[in-house]
Design a protein around this ligand. Structure first.
Ligand SMILES: Cc1cc2ncn([C@H]3O[C@H](COP(=O)(O)O)[C@@H](O)[C@H]3O)c2cc1C
Ligand SMILES: O=C(O)c1cccnc1
Length: 336
């Protein structure tokens, strides 16, 4: 599947996507058992490398072409005062990304990743989701397709990040609509709202979830409560699933996008690893729902793909050891 013309095309692509190669997984497991180290001594790095080998269909893979894609969108919900920063910051940060001045630029460069920035109709914010669906069908499909098409088929490790003032409110509403619980379980301070701002966010999220929960699958929920950049992240993660490209998930917003796919097709996130756990209040609970244990826990709460981009280096470490180390036989080291 190289194109999606309808949202049902995306549903079908997710449902029919192949899993990792069993032969490559077995080959990598066998290799891992022969490497010059005590069994299990590289901890979770060993499982990561084997998992990566399966998805890349190569028992001795390397990470040579990581890609970081940052999507930006504006949110009608910002009119309700849910962010500590004005909506204009979305566009200003896009310019900062393009000039190389944001945190994600530094972390992507350090990880040896190509970085692409896609600003999605910034002059047309989504609708306030407490009044109706955030996006109509064509706008939603366009955003999904922008994400789908942004993935370089030649990439071998993908990170998707976002910029969109107000999007922690959108992500919290998605989480509540998909998983239930109270709005207060899912809202956090985002860019740093005070206690009154947090209470307002809870009200807005509860109203959105009440209006839109239970109206369809994860993708339909995404159309109703998401944003263009969140939909594009979902489109990119889905493309990677179909193309067998492993993905490192970022923070709360990225995981909300991913959750919409998981609630659409049960194996939709088999190709994803959680890069980090964000300090945003609901992220740990969201990772639990996704069944993903984070690689890093550094108290970051930035978004942009920053935590996941940092985790590329953990991945590179895992794969470099797996594929570069000598075996006991090669090195003449005695096995225990
Ligand atoms: C200067 C600046 C850079 C950022 N980079 C990411 N975000 C993060 O903050 C926003 C979400 O928080 P809220 O829902 O509270 O608006 C998103 O755009 C996210 O990526 C930023 C926010 C700011 C202010
Ligand atoms: O976890 C995130 O992705 C996050 C948290 C706060 C603000 N922006 C993003």
């Amino acid at each position: 599947m190289t194109d999606i013309r309808t949202i049902d095309d995306l549903r079908a692509a997710l449902a029919g996507a192949p899993g990792p190669s069993e032969a490559a997984t077995r080959g990598a497991q066998a290799r891992n058992g022969q490497l010059t180290k005590p069994p299990g001594a590289l901890g979770r790095l060993e499982a990561l490398a084997i998992w990566y080998a399966g998805w890349r269909d190569d028992p001795r893979p390397s990470v040579t072409a990581p890609q970081v894609i940052v999507f930006a969108g504006n949110h009608g919900i910002t009119a309700r005062g849910v962010s500590a920063f004005p909506a204009a910051v979305t566009e200003q940060m896009v310019q900062n990304f393009q000039a190389g001045g944001a945190a994600i630029n530094q972390l992507a460069t350090l990880a040896g990743a190509r970085m692409d920035v896609h600003a999605l109709s910034l002059d047309t914010p989504t609708r306030d989701f407490t009044e109706g669906p955030a996006m109509d069908g064509p706008a939603f499909l366009a955003a999904l397709r922008a994400g789908w098409e942004a993935v370089d088929p030649a990439t071998d490790l993908l990170v998707v990040g976002e910029m969109g003032i107000g999007n922690t409110t959108s992500a919290a509403a998605l989480a509540q609509a998909l998983y239930g619980g109270a709005a207060a379980d899912w809202v956090g301070r985002g860019t740093g709202v005070d206690d009154a701002g947090l209470a307002l966010k809870s009200e807005v999220v509860a109203a959105g979830a009440a209006l839109h929960a239970g109206q369809g699958d994860g993708l339909e929920t995404l159309r109703r409560l998401g944003g263009r950049e969140i939909a594009a992240m979902a489109g990119a993660i889905a493309r990677a699933r179909v193309a067998g490209i492993p993905v490192i998930l970022d923070g709360f917003i990225c995981c909300a996008a991913a959750a919409c796919l998981a609630e659409t097709a049960p194996r939709a996130l088999d190709h994803c690893v959680a890069g980090h756990v964000s300090a945003e209040a609901g992220h740990a609970a969201l990772l639990d729902r996704l069944g993903k244990a984070p690689l890093l826990s550094l108290g970051m709460r930035l978004g942009e793909g920053s935590g996941a981009a940092l985790a590329i280096q953990v991945f590179k470490g895992a794969v470099a050891c797996h594929s570069g180390m000598a075996t006991f036989a090669e090195a003449g080291v005695s096995e225990g």
